[in-house]
Design a protein around this ligand. Structure first.
Ligand code: ADP
Length: 484
C-alpha cells in the first residue's frame, strides 16, 4: 500500500522567483510500480526557463554578496528541514521513482549530506597570496562565484543528483536554476518548498519542470546570463549539451554514463566480493551510473564465485518500493525494461549462459527478475553498454594484465571496483585503471566528502569534497603595485 503523499510538499508546477507556476498544459507523473497517476504538473516551456534565468540573474548580486557565514546558516537550515521531512520526501521519491523506501530514505540523507557538507565549505573559500617577483608588488588570489548556474538532472536519484549541484552552487555564492527529469519532478519541487521554508531568498533556487527537455535545455545552455552549466545524465545527451555550451564558452560540469568493471581477483575475500557486488549492482534495481556493469572474475575462482553469487541473488526480493521486504523495485519505464531484456536475450543468443532470472517479474509490468549471465564476452552489447537494470554479466580472465586490459577497454571512465587482498596488487591495479573513482574491496563509494566524477566519455568536473566548489568559482588574481 502506498502511504499518503504529503500535501505540504506536493506541488503542481515550477518554482520561479519564489512563485509557483500554473498552466493549462500539464503532464502526469506516474508511479512506475503500478502505472497510477500520482499528480498532474504544469508543463513549463522556454518562457518559464527564461523567467527562471532572469530571476537567478537578478538574485545573484545579493546572494553572492552575503557573508559566507550567512549562506552557510541558510544551507544548514535547509539541511535540517530535509532531515525533518525525510520520511515524507522519501515517500514522494519512492512513489515517482520506484526504489525501495529504505533506499529513498538513504537518498534523502545523501542529498542532505551535500547541504551539510557545503554549508561548511562555504566558509572555506580561501584564497592565497603568492610571493611576487618584485619588491613593490603583492599577488593575491581570491575565488569568486561564477554567477548563475543552470543544471539538468536525471530521474535515478531525483533528490541527490540535484542537491549535490545546488548545495555547492549556493555555497559558492551562485544562484541556481534546475530542470529535473520529467519522470521525477515531485522530489525537486518538494525541495523548493523546503528551500523557501529555510529562508533561501527569492530567485536563488529555481526549479523548472516540463516535458520539452530539448527546448528547456536550449535556454539553459545558451542564455548568456547563465555562467555555468552542470549536467548529470547520459553521454549521448551530455555531448549535445556540452556542444551547445561551447558556443557561449560556458563553464561546464558533465557527470555522464559509466560502464563499471567489477574485478574479482583470485586472492579476494569471495564473500565480501559477493556482498560488495550486490550493493554495486542492485541499488536502485541497477539504475545508477556507478553500477557494476562488467563483472570480471579470475578463472580459478569463477565456479566458486558463481555458486556464492547464485545463493545471494536468489534471496533478493522484488516488489513495490513500499513493501518493506522489497530489495528491488520496478524499472523506470517499460522502454527501459525492454532495453534490459533485449541486452539479456541477445547475450544469450551469442552464447552467454543464463544462470538465473532472465525474464520479467510477476510483481508487475515494469519489474525485472534479478539475473545472472555467465560466459559473457567483451564483444557482446551487454558488455559495451550501460545495462541499467538488475543483470549481472560475468566474464572470465586468466591474469592481472588481462583483467586490466578488459576493464579499461571502454570509452567510459566513471567508477570501477576490484577485490583483492594483495597490497601490491591493490596499488598496481589502482594505478592502471582508467576511471575517476575506484571501489577497492568496497561496493558503495558515494559520499559528500569524496570527489564524485569521471574521465573519458564519463565527463569532467567533480562533485562533493573540498574540490566541489572549484567548478562554481572563478579564480581572480589581484596584482597590487607601487608598494615601495
Ligand atoms: P537518462 O537515461 O537518465 O534518462 P538522459 O540523458 O536522457 O538520461 O536524461 C537526463 C536528463 O536530461 C533529463 O532531465 C532529461 O529530461 C534531459 N534531457 C534529455 N534529452 C535532452 C536534450 N536533448 N536537451 C536537454 N535535456 C535533455
Amino acid at each position: 500500500m502506498q502511504p499518503a503523499l504529503s500535501q505540504y510538499l506536493l506541488r503542481q508546477g515550477s518554482y520561479i522567483n519564489s512563485e509557483w507556476h500554473s498552466s493549462h498544459n500539464s503532464f502526469a507523473v506516474i508511479n512506475p510500480a503500478d502505472g497510477q497517476v500520482l499528480n498532474q504538473v504544469a508543463d513549463a516551456g522556454p518562457e518559464q526557463a527564461l523567467a527562471a534565468v532572469a530571476a537567478a540573474h537578478k538574485a545573484f548580486p545579493g546572494w553572492s554578496a552575503l557573508p559566507a557565514a550567512k549562506r552557510s546558516e541558510l544551507l544548514n537550515s535547509w539541511y535540517q528541514l530535509l532531515i525533518k521531512y525525510q520520511t515524507d520526501l522519501a515517500i514522494i521519491l519512492t512513489a515517482e521513482q520506484g526504489k525501495p523506501l529504505i533506499e529513498a530514505e538513504a537518498e534523502i540523507n545523501y542529498g542532505a549530506s551535500y547541504l551539510q557538507w557545503f554549508a561548511e565549505q562555504a566558509k572555506r573559500l580561501d584564497g592565497v597570496t603568492i610571493p611576487a617577483p618584485s619588491a613593490d608588488k603583492r599577488i593575491i588570489v581570491q575565488r569568486q562565484a561564477v554567477g548563475v548556474v543552470a543544471a539538468i538532472t536525471p530521474w535515478n536519484f531525483p533528490n541527490a543528483m540535484m542537491m549535490r549541484k545546488a548545495a555547492a552552487a549556493l555555497a559558492a555564492g551562485c544562484t541556481f536554476v534546475v530542470k529535473p527529469a520529467q519522470q521525477t519532478p515531485l522530489s525537486a519541487l518538494a525541495m523548493a518548498v523546503l528551500a523557501e521554508q529555510a529562508g533561501i531568498p527569492k530567485g536563488v533556487f529555481n526549479v523548472v519542470v516540463g516535458t520539452d527537455a530539448k527546448a528547456l535545455g536550449e535556454v539553459l545552455t545558451t542564455d548568456p546570463r547563465v555562467a555555468k552549466f552542470s549536467f548529470t545524465g547520459s553521454t549521448a545527451v551530455g555531448k549535445i549539451l556540452a556542444a551547445q555550451c561551447a558556443k557561449g564558452i560556458k563553464r561546464v560540469t558533465m557527470e555522464l554514463g559509466g560502464n563499471a568493471p567489477f574485478i574479482v581477483f583470485a586472492d579476494a575475500d569471495l564473500d565480501a566480493a559477493v556482498q560488495g557486488l550486490l550493493v554495486a549492482k542492485f541499488r536502485n534495481a541497477g539504475q545508477t551510473c556507478v553500477c557494476a556493469n562488467r563483472i570480471l572474475v579470475d578463472k580459478s575462482i569463477y565456479a566458486a564465485f558463481i555458486s556464492k553469487l547464485l545463493a545471494a541473488v536468489n534471496g533478493l526480493k522484488v516488489g513495490t518500493g513500499f513493501k518493506s521486504s522489497s530489495d528491488l523495485g520496478p524499472l523506470i519505464s517499460d522502454e527501459a525494461l525492454q532495453k534490459v531484456a533485449k541486452l539479456v536475450d541477445s547475450a544469450i543468443e551469442q552464447g552467454a549462459k543464463l544462470e538465473l532470472g532472465g525474464q520479467r517479474h510477476k510483481a508487475g509490468k515494469q519489474f525485472y527478475t534479478p539475473t545472472i549471465l555467465s560466459q559473457v564476452t567483451a564483444d557482446m552489447a551487454i558488455s559495451q553498454q550501460e545495462i541499467f537494470g538488475p543483470v549481472i554479466a560475468l566474464q572470465q580472465f586468466t591474469d592481472e594484465a588481462e583483467a586490466i586490459q578488459l576493464a579499461n577497454a571502454t570509452d567510459y571512465g566513471l567508477a570501477a571496483y576490484f577485490y583483492s587482498r594483495d597490497i601490491g596488487r591493490v596499488f598496481r591495479v589502482a594505478q592502471a585503471l582508467q576511471f575517476g573513482m575506484l571501489g577497492i574491496n568496497e561496493g558503495a563509494i558515494s559520499n559528500a566528502a569524496a570527489p564524485f566524477g569521471g574521465i573519458k566519455h564519463s565527463g569532467y568536473g567533480r562533485e562533493g569534497s573540498q574540490y566541489g566548489l572549484d567548478d562554481y568559482t572563478d579564480i581572480k588574481y589581484l596584482c597590487l603595485g607601487g608598494l615601495e
